[in-house]
Design a protein around this ligand. Sequence first.
Ligand code: CUA
Length: 185
Amino acid sequence: MTEQPVEGHERRVLGTELLWAFGVGVLIAAALGMIVFTALTRDINPPSNVELIDPKTLHLSGEFAEQNLGTTVGADGGVTVRVIATQFMFVPRCIAVPRGRRVTLRFAAPDVVHGLLITGTNVNTMVVPGFVAQVYTEFTQAADLLMPCHEYCGLGHSDMWATVQVMSESEFKPDRDGRVSCAQR
Ligand code: CUA
């Protein structure tokens, strides 16, 4: 067996390494490109709201007290939904939202980390105790959508889900206090 010249051997190693580096570079560029592409065209962005809230008292007073949960239409016509994610349910269990209008969704958790998505929409966020998770969306179809918890939060995790009732503009009627609840269907 003849020894290969050291120089030729090194060159071959270098060639292999560069080939792998090129392949990995293409994969990274594709992944980053997909993130930018979905952000620009599909409105899929990581939630970036940083807002602190005390998880020990959030249900007792302030924004996430029981009487403030659910859907509220403000004086300016803005629609805000407030929901508590807790072991093992969302409060309220049904959320009424209008079709074709921008909706602000705000979530808080008093116990452990939960997560949620709303099927068929770009809503997908974690709910971390101590922070308010806030996302915006516009619902396009009048339908009942499923909102499951998608972060393992304990034994009852698989039973933790809510319904999002997307209403037509004629159905979405706030009461005197600007509140809207799900309709019996
Ligand atoms: Cu809450 Cu899983």
